[in-house]
Design a protein around this ligand. Structure first.
Ligand code: PLP
Length: 400
């Protein structure tokens, strides 16, 4: 629908038109984002917040406008609730450290699910090691959706936090996070949402979900790499200690005592990525201009088409088949290794991801060495999917 805005999509790979279906890993950037970042470096680059000079003030203004843009995009009450980080991984690590320091003690429990990305497992494991807390895992049902009865049973007086993916980066399934949050809140338990795979595809509203924390990465929604967002309700962010020390996050420093800056700066030590935040602002403007509801509907239809077309090929196994998905479909071909299939797809210009997708517990549960994962973005078309299907049929023929 928007291919013309993405020059990279006109590239050739191994003599074929590039068919880019690895969007869950990272999305391509529209020209408006690339041009904006070049413009930033060429016309107003200067370090923010600390300068009285003109360029510094312009740069500061852009950075704070970007923060407001993000707040509006996810429905936050205030831009004070938006902390810029390096990405989803950084957001969750920061939260695990801060929340761990303030709210977790020996014997407390943290709940995650079986389908989490390593980014939403390992920081909590590290916290549990530090604090002698216990990590509990929501199991999956046969159909690879979360076992909600088991989830309810896992919520106890010891549970401090639930941290769960909104959309699985392997299965594409959309978890019932709103319901999960309500269940947790009924017991006074906080909930963090890993929205790395949902914010790019669905209209995510933090006040509607009522989540306490939420993370996502700019590079998965047409923005630059190295930038992410940690949303937190003001009342919780106020209570948490900073995870990192340095410039920007302080009010006053002396060798006797240092006091911290107000929200959100308390959590942003060092020079922030103010060029990246400008890029993200332009990316969100781009998505908004294209129409979020229109994109959501288009991508949902494309995902169904993708799953149906793959399912029509003999010996193709779809994971979480028939479940509503957001942009991502994982599959395998019976008796073939996903790496071999993925390599032959690449030879035909088709980029999909193969492997464990940073979700080893889930892949172990599926009892496979990995999967092939095709994931769509707003610029993909049915022709891209037809190209994948044709390439896959050829790969199967060559390998069988
Ligand atoms: N969580 C989920 C669900 C993801 O899909 C990813 C990336 O694929 C991450 C977290 C980590 O994101 P990043 O590598 O941008 O920090």
């Amino acid at each position: 629908m928007y291919e013309q805005d993405f020059d990279i999509l006109r590239e050739q790979v191994h003599g074929h038109r590039l068919v880019y279906l690895d969007n869950a890993a990272t999305t391509q950037k529209p020209k408006v984002v690339l041009d904006a970042m070049t413009e930033a470096y060429t016309t107003w680059n200067a370090n923010i917040h600390r300068g009285v000079h003109h360029l510094s003030q312009v740069a500061t203004q852009h950075h704070e406008q970007a923060r407001q843009r993000v707040a509006d995009f996810i429905g936050a009450k205030s831009s004070k609730e938006i902390v810029f980080t390096k990405g989803t991984t950084d957001s969750i690590n920061m939260l695990a450290f801060s929340l761990g320091e303030a709210m977790v003690k020996e014997g407390d429990e943290i709940v995650v699910s079986y389908m989490e990305h390593h980014s939403n497992i390992v920081p909590w494991q590290m916290l549990c090691d530090r604090k002698k807390a216990v990590l509990k895992v929501i199991p999956l049902r046969e159909d690879l959706t979360l076992d909600m009865e088991a989830y309810k049973a896992l919520l106890t007086d010891k549970t401090r936090l639930v941290s769960v993916a909104h959309v699985s980066n392997v299965l594409g399934v959309i978890n019932p996070v709103k319901e999960m949050i309500a269940l947790a809140h009924a017991r006074g338990i906080l909930v963090a949402v890993d929205a790395a795979q949902s914010v790019p595809h669905l209209r995510v509203d933090v006040q509607d979900l009522d989540c306490d924390f939420l993370s996502f990465s700019a590079h998965k929604i047409y923005g630059p790499t190295g930038l992410g967002v940690l949303y937190g309700k003001e009342e919780w962010l106020d209570q948490l200690p900073p995870a990192e020390g340095g410039g920007e996050m302080i009010e006053h420093v002396s060798f006797d005592k240092t006091t911290y800056n107000t929200l959100p700066y308390k959590f942003e030590a060092g020079t922030p990525d103010f060029i990246g935040s400008f890029g993200l602002q332009k990316a969100l403007d781009y998505v908004e201009m294209a129409g979020r509801d229109k994109i959501e509907k288009y991508e949902a239809e494309l995902t169904v088409y993708l799953e149906n077309q793959l399912a029509s090929i003999p010996n193709v196994i779809i994971y979480a088949a028939g479940q509503r998905k957001a942009g991502v479909v994982s599959f395998n071909v019976e008796h073939l290794h996903p790496f071999d299939v993925g390599t032959l797809l690449d030879q035909q210009g088709v980029a999909v991801r193969t492997g464990h997708h940073c979700a080893e517990p889930l892949i172990d549960k599926l009892q496979v060495p990995g999967t092939l994962r095709a994931s769509v973005a707003m610029y993909n078309t049915k022709e891209d999917i037809d190209a994948l299907v044709a390439a896959l049929k050829k790969a199967i023929m060559m390998l069988s």
